[in-house]
Design a protein around this ligand. Sequence first.
Ligand code: ASP
Length: 436
Amino acid sequence: MKKLELHWKILIGMFLGIVVGLIASALEMNQFVQDWIKPFGTIFINLLKLIAIPLIIASLIKGVSDLKDISKLSKMGGRTLGIYLGTTLLAVILGLFIVNTVRPGVTVTEETRQELLEGYSSEATDKINIATAEKDQGPLRALEDLVPDNIFSAAGDNRNMLQVIFFVLFFGIGLILIAPEKAKPVKDFIDGLNEVILKMIDVIMLGAPYGVFALLAALIVESPSWSLFQALLWYSVCVLAGLAILILVVYPTLARMITGMKYKKFFGGIGPAQLVAFSTSSSAATLPVTMERVSEHMGVDEEVSSFVLPIGATVNMDGTSLYQGVAAVFIAQAFGIDLTLGDQLSIVLTATLASIGSAAVPSAGMIMLVIVLGAIGVPEAGLALIFAVDRPLDMVRTITNVTGDATVSLIVAKSMGLLGEPHERKLTDHYQGSEV
Ligand code: ASP
């Protein structure tokens, strides 16, 4: 009998997680889920995060050193960043178009607005405080932050992914520049290390169906009441519609037009990473899965995926920028503030920058939204209005972020002549290719 494919197993895990979560809520067994099921979800996320930094180190050094010369690296870097910026801008503009057409903020009644503002004010204040701390830093702070003063402390925190990428790129360049016979042992070691880490990801993915089961069951028992979801229905519909257009239309069409990849192969390839993104709400935690899917199932050469994806996970967040555009205008509408064309343009600019600055972790996009609101003079306390539905929207924007990164890696690979046939690494094809 043909074995069930991974994405089906993950989907079944998700479905069962939701069912168990709903039953537990009905039977008031929330504590049971928290104590006995949620920990397995946390373990799954931890395993993914655990592997993220070693994966970036091994695969990016391998990727850069395989490039052989620096001009190829700068060519790939230029294309990657250019396309990332282009897709992010497109996403915010799409979001603004939808929210200005549907005008969901107008449907919020005065009563609901007060209820939300009061109910979520302390959560909103927490986010505002984090954002203000970031905002108070100088204009070149982001650049300053890129260069770590100690690689071990940088690698000690998953939030410093960009610092690690900086070091690793620098190291890879050093490796290209030294004599080949001196570079060889280092490269051989890194190649082997890379293989080991990829294999570890395969093993972790065996647990994915159970991990997402536990994550969704816990999420359901922790979610706020449905009545609030209804009040924010039109706002949620706008965000979800924009994200759906990106995921289901824009990305597969771009992939089809530029690389000729069919819809089915596109989603068959990236599907499991999308499901993990949905369950974890974190592009950083999903990165190992995205890298594995893109290089082993979509034919992107590792030289490209190891460069494009870790950078994309941290800076390219189309779903987040679209959401920030919609949310900013929605909050303005709910407060009865009219936005000028200039305001809308500054949303395009600040949402693009804010999405680049958002960490690849749950609800980071909401923290950075404070910056967008500040730029157009909308009260930051308005964050309380959208708090109740942020988690489900975060789950879908993370799918978008991950799919966007994968699409760009396909395009860059194609443009560099590095898109080939997928070469799946079987869990059993280890030393000398023998079966176990
Ligand atoms: N959770 C998102 C991600 O990791 C970021 C966000 O909050 O929008 O991609």
